[in-house]
Design a protein around this ligand. Structure first.
Ligand SMILES: Cc1cc2nc3c(=O)[nH]c(=O)nc-3n(C[C@H](O)[C@H](O)[C@H](O)COP(=O)(O)OP(=O)(O)OC[C@H]3O[C@@H](n4cnc5c(N)ncnc54)[C@H](O)[C@@H]3O)c2cc1C
Length: 303
């Protein structure tokens, strides 16, 4: 069933937003990507369960995204349904003690500011990571030696069949930029964080330091998807790319950032093909020069 007819059917079934043939560049921080047959933003978790049932009935393939800040969507777009959770499922509540319950679609920097105002520390490292809380926990996003799963008490997720499961931190099997949520895969709908008390001013001070460092070291005014490659053993990926003399290398509208060598930026009109060719060129040059294999950190969607 193609975009328009599937979208019409889903509009009759769920309460959330449904778009046919939706350009994915509008939903990624890279500002790159062809159309998804259908893009859906469910109203809440119950709506998501109804959606999963409807998709199972018509056997439509689907993909879950948060805010698309770690994604490269290919130029041909996505066949099937993209379920976008940014901006929905977004409640934040303080529970007893130092536990905070947070919906998967919540903007991560907003969560960090909120818990800081409550005098709860632990998420300062994440205050400059764009994207949703669900995406960050699913990917075990990391910075400054900390990663999201360090702060997780438990998560609630849905199987692709719509069944609810609760996983403790150890059940997440967190690794470098991965968790069981991505491997199975599951859809994360809520996370409980276990934080610690501290002075709001001290917490906000640490957040400010991290944000200032990011604005000095990262190309934040141009579209990107963050670091293009995972750090290999033996050093930061950016160091190897810089030492290979690749800063400023371009393919079409894609460029190895002159500010941070591990960022590929869209200087305007870059296609996904440009980015993939540039990543290949960078990977080959670093391997030829240092014998180091770079693995992509950006996740490719569609095709
Ligand atoms: C300027 C910039 C700086 C960045 N800095 C960092 C950094 O310091 N550290 C870092 O780790 N990353 C960084 N990133 C990358 C990115 O922001 C993070 O990985 C972020 O956590 C991704 O969240 P998202 O909601 O955008 O996920 P998306 O990009 O939408 O999705 C990423 C993956 O998670 C899956 N996913 C998303 N939501 C869910 C869910 N609810 N349930 C199950 N799976 C889900 C998707 O299927 C996909 O595989 C940066 C990106 C940019 C643009």
């Amino acid at each position: 069933m193609v975009g328009t007819s599937l979208a019409l059917r889903l509009k009759e079934t769920i309460r959330g937003e449904v778009y046919a043939n939706e350009p994915m560049w509008r939903h990624t921080s890279f500002r790159i990507g062809g159309p998804a047959d259908v893009l859906v933003v469910p109203k809440d978790t119950e709506d998501l369960v109804v959606l999963l049932q409807a998709l199972a009935d018509v056997q439509a393939p689907f993909y879950v995204i948060g805010a698309g800040t770690n994604l490269l969507v290919v130029d041909e777009g996505v066949r099937g349904v993209v379920i976008k959770l940014a901006g929905t499922l977004n409640g934040v509540a303080r529970e007893g003690g130092n536990v905070v319950r947070c919906g998967a679609g919540t903007h991560l920097p907003a969560l960090c500011r909120k818990v800081a105002s409550w005098g709860l520390a632990g998420l300062e490292f994440a205050s400059g990571i764009p994207g949703t809380v669900g995406g960050a926990v699913a990917m075990n996003a990391a910075a400054y030696g900390w990663s999201m799963c360090d702060m997780v008490h438990s998560v609630t997720a849905l199987t692709y069949g719509g069944e609810r499961v609760v996983l403790g931190r150890d059940d997440l099997e967190a690794g470098v930029k991965t968790t069981r949520v991505l491997q199975e895969p599951l859809i994360l709908v809520e996370t409980q964080f276990l934080l610690r008390e501290d002075e709001p001013r001290a917490i906000l001070g640490r957040m400010r330091e991290h944000l200032e460092e990011r604005s000095r070291k990262q190309p934040l005014s141009v579209p990107s998807a963050g670091c293009a490659f995972k750090n290999p053993a033996g050093g930061g990926a950016g160091r190897f790319i810089d030492a290979a003399g690749l800063k400023g290398t371009r393919v079409g509208g894609a460029e190895v950032s002159t500010v941070h060598a591990n960022f590929i930026v869209n200087t305007g009109g870059a296609t996904a093909r440009d980015v993939l060719l540039l990543m290949e060129r960078v990977r080959d040059a670093v391997y030829d020069k240092f014998g180091v294999v770079l693995e992509p950190e950006i996740r490719v969607l569609g095709g």
